[in-house]
Ligand binder design. Structure first.
Ligand code: GRF
Length: 187
């Protein structure tokens, strides 16, 4: 089934999805990758010959027009599922209305702890000994949607935000792939 992936960053989660999609028994295909900026991860899509598009907030008169443009860009590919894989902007009502219940997001903390843009940094600052990642269904709130899967990662005394995030990403990628496979598998 067709999946559209939205990214803002390096796209390691996207790369994991693209690798998984190459397997003969994989139930999903990545049909387009859309970013809100010149995300380095777009290269993964280009290398795989997958259409890419950038829908920048700054090129739209306001947030609602940007939201509609983004929803239109996604809808043009008729996805069954929309995956936010390190997409760093809050999505708006147009996208939610068009794909409600069919948008998943990955977050680098064990929700409901440490929602928002700095899940790794906030967990480290709080001094938790275990953190991890969460794959959630996207709703109108900030990282408040139904939790679909989680994996735990131990925090080490010597961890920095970067080292901890690296270990979280290592479990986040297979977890996201699993959830996307599950949500696109035919019954
Ligand atoms: C992921 O850990 C995601 O959960 C977080 O930012 C990271 C994005 O990584 N929001 P990448 O762009 O997929 O490499």
């Amino acid at each position: 089934l067709p999946v559209v992936v939205l990214i803002s960053g390096t796209g390691s989660n996207l790369a994991a999805l693209l690798t998984a999609a190459r397997a003969a028994d994989c139930p999903f295909t990545v049909v387009a990758v859309i970013a809100d900026r010149d995300a380095a991860g777009l290269e993964h899509a280009r290398a795989a010959g997958i259409p890419t598009q950038i829908v920048r907030l700054a090129e739209h008169p306001d947030r609602s027009r940007w939201d509609t443009a983004l929803a239109d860009a996604v809808a043009a590919h008729h996805p069954q599922l929309v995956v936010l894989a390190g997409f760093m902007k809050l999505i708006g009502p147009a996208l939610l209305e068009a794909f409600g219940g069919r948008i998943v997001n990955t977050h680098p903390a064990l929700l409901p702890s440490f929602p928002g843009a700095h899940g790794v940094r906030d967990a480290l600052a709080h001094g938790v000994k275990v953190t991890g990642c969460s794959i959630i269904e996207v709703d109108a709130g900030v990282d408040t949607g139904r939790i679909l899967a989680q994996a735990a990662v131990e925090v080490r005394d010597e961890d920095t935000e970067a080292t901890l995030h690296e270990r979280i990403k290592a479990v986040e990628q297979p977890l996201l792939v699993d959830v996307v496979r599950r949500l696109t598998a035919r019954p």
